[in-house]
Structure formats: structure tokens, C-alpha cells
Design a protein around this ligand. Structure first.
Ligand SMILES: [Zn+2]
Length: 76
């Protein structure tokens, strides 16, 4: 079964083609922290939204977040 992901921008109902994410690390544990998904028209908007969220987020000691970027969705 294929999962359909929609754009994260409020009011947009288009299918997402990009994942907006940043590498996140907490001590020895690392993963990709997903902020949202973007359709082709809203990639920059969703990145800006993610950057605002990342700025508002207080890092705990030992936590670090890398630069936010876009990752193409595999099945897009
Ligand atoms: Zn959109």
C-alpha cells in the first residue's frame, strides 16, 4: 500500500514531493527530524515554517539540530 503525503502548508491540498527535515542528535542517538512535507509550489514556504519552528525550539543539553533541508520523497 502506498502512503500519500500531502503538503504541510495550511490550506494546501496538493501532494507533497519533498520532506523538510534536519539532522537531530542527542548524545549517541541521531535521526532525521521531520518538520513537514511540501508540494512543488511550497517547498520554500515549508522550509521557512520549519526554520521558525526550529528557532522556537529550546535544545536540551546534549541535543543538537543541523541545518534544515529538503529530501525528495522516494515515491514522488
Ligand atoms: Zn503546497
Amino acid at each position: 500500500m502506498k502512503t500519500v503525503v500531502k503538503c504541510s502548508l495550511p490550506g494546501c491540498d496538493d501532494y507533497a514531493v519533498m520532506k523538510v527535515a534536519a539532522p537531530w542528535k542527542d548524545g549517541s542517538h541521531a535521526e532525521l527530524n521531520t518538520y513537514g512535507y511540501a508540494c512543488p509550489a511550497h517547498t520554500e514556504d515549508v522550509v521557512a515554517y520549519a526554520e521558525g519552528r526550529a528557532k522556537a525550539y529550546r535544545l536540551a543539553p546534549g541535543e543538537s539540530v543541523g541545518k534544515i533541508g529538503t529530501v525528495p520523497l522516494a515515491n514522488a
